[in-house]
Structures are given as structure tokens and as C-alpha cells.
Design a protein around this ligand. Sequence first.
Ligand code: NAD
Length: 369
Amino acid sequence: MTKNSHHIAILAGDGIGPEIMAEAQRVITWLNDNADTAVDMTPTPVGGAGIDAAGVPLPDDTLDLCKKTDAILFGSVGGPKWDNVAYDLRPEAGLLELRKKLDLFANLRPAKVYDALIDASTLKPDIVKGLDILIVRELTGGVYFGQPRGIETLPDGQRRGFNTQVYTTHEIERVAEVAFDMARKRAKRVCSAEKANVMESGKLWREEITALHGEKHTDIELTHMYADNCAMQLLRNPAQFDVIVTDNLFGDILSDEAAMLTGSLGMLPSASLGAERKDGTRPALFEPIHGSAPDIAGKGIANPLAMIGSVAMMFRYALNRGDIADKLENAIAAVLDKGYRTADIAEQGAKYISTTDMGNALIATLEDI
Ligand code: NAD
């Protein structure tokens, strides 16, 4: 097979970001040496590290690099060191700006329960066994960005806070397209969640998705659910879902709820995709769902598997290498089956290994597969 040459940006960020990214880079280097990949990695600062290096959380050089590369691997940003910087210059603003500048409108949040970690869920094992769902959240529109917004003082002295939930046909269609495409590679079922019963934007959401489905995606089963019912169904019978597509606000909540079904923050990757370019590629950012975990930063005990799972998603969705993604995901399941645990996923009082040793265990497993 020929070598597939790719260039990616490495934005390790702050806290445990650099610790888990080091393991991701070791895994990519192992693949370059032992599989038929050629992924060239360029590290660049972001978040608090961006502030320290260039005075802003998203330095120009970092943004320029991200625009040019095939994919962005992102660790995590934030920490007490930058607690007192101006609000719009805080480390987390770097990630928001990057999403905005690259128009990363589709956020993919898989929630998968590994058999070996089934007891980590607060739900009964028979409810979550084999759980494998994907939430596709609209990420750049809706009430978090809609105008008008603000806080005003009324004539009687009371204050009034307001935001606007707004979606256009185009915004709904493009995220729905991603959801249908994802479902086609999975169990071919999409559930769309909104509040069409009480919100006009929800009514439009339902109508546009139904129309798009009828035009182009009749091979996929489409169902609709009110978002509040969806929140309940995720706890009652999560296995009924394959792909859930929803707006920014409901997606924020439902994707965190789905994450908690798995019980382990350190295990969950994510992807954020932009619009397809003329050459068929998309801007794409891959990151664990957790933050910079300042409480354990520097101790060498962070779980690198969410970061390595994000590498797998990168191979699948940005580098068109589903085979490598499968290999990595199988290796993650295999290290868990072998009993390797970092502190966050170890049972209370049980022995656990360091971040680096988890990286070692994963690479040793890749060698065996
Ligand atoms: P967090 O996700 O960083 O940590 C929550 C808890 O989970 C902590 O106890 C932490 O130790 C643990 N944890 C998280 N990831 C882990 C891992 N890989 N291995 C082992 N344990 C892990 O959330 P938080 O404490 O609310 O936020 C900390 C900082 O991270 C804040 O500055 C916040 O703004 C930032 N943050 C950044 C992102 C991002 O970069 N995308 C996302 C969320 C929060």
C-alpha cells in the first residue's frame, strides 16, 4: 500500500493537555513507523500556552497553521494561572474562536460503553451494555449566538436578560446532512431532537429535516423526539438510539448526559467538522470532551485514552483511514480488557498505572493486533 501523507496541527494546550497529547503523538509516531501512514505533526500553542507565548489564546500563527493542515488535534485549555485575565482573553476563548473561524458547525460526540468499564456507569449494566450512540450537535448557531442578546434595565428598574434562538434552513440542512452520513456508516437510524411543540425554531428544524430526509436520505430511518423526552429516554432505554441530531443548546445538555451514561470522562473523544471544501476535505478538530483537569495536572496520572480515541476519530473522519481508526479503537478496548486502568477508571482501592504506562500498554497492544 502507498504511504498516505498528511499534515496535522498539534494544539496540546494547558493542564493535562500536554501530558495526554504526548501519548497521542507517540501513538501516531508508532503508526508512521509500523503502519502505512505518514502523518507529519506541527505543535503550536493555544489557550493559556497561547497567552504565555503571544499574549492571546489563539495566536495568529496557530490559526494560520490550523487553516492549512488536514486536521487539528486539540488537548485541553484553561487553568488557575489565567483566572484573572480579561474575559475575552481567557484560555477557553481560544477554542471558541478557533471553532468560529473555521466554522466547525457539526460536533460529533460518541458515547460508547466498553464491556470492561460497564460498572463505571451509574446505570444498571443491562441498560448500558453495548451502548454505542453518536450525538451530532449543531455548534455554531442557535441561542448561544443569536441576536439580539443582552441584559437591559427596564424603566421600573428591573433588569431583563434575553437571548435569541434562531436557525436557518441552511444551518439545519448542513448539520442534518452530517447526521445522515454518519448514520449510513452505522445502524442507519437518526433521531432528531427539538421542541417543535413550543418553539418556532424547533418547528422549522423538524420541517427542514423531514424535507431533506424525503429528498435525499430515505435509506435512513428518521424519527423525531421532543428534547425533554430525549433526555428521559437516554436514561430509560439509551440503546434505542443510533445517531441523535440536535441544536446547539439541547446538544450541549444531551451530549453531556450521554457522556455520563458511560461513567468515564477520560474515555470520551469528540470531533468538530466544518463545511466540505471543493476537494472534498473539511476543516476538522479532534479533542477529548474533558477539560484541562488542573487538579491532577503534572502528576502523570491523566487518562490518555480519550485523546487517543480522538486520534482514531481523526483517522476516520479527516484522513479517510477508517482501517487505522478501527485498529486504534480495537486497541483501546483490548487494553481495557487486559485490565489496564488509569486512576479515573480504576475501581476504588485498585492498582492503577500512569499516563505514560497507559500509552505503553496501548502501543504494545497495537504491536499484537
Ligand atoms: P475537567 O474535565 O478538566 O475535570 C473534571 C474532573 O474530571 C476532574 O476531577 C479531573 O481531574 C477529571 N478528569 C478530566 N479529564 C481526565 C482525564 N483525562 N483523566 C483523568 N481524570 C480526568 O473539568 P473542570 O474541572 O470543570 O475544568 C477544568 C478546566 O478545564 C477549566 O479551566 C475549564 O474551563 C477547562 N475546560 C476546557 C475544555 C476544553 O479545553 N475543551 C473543556 C472543559 C473544561
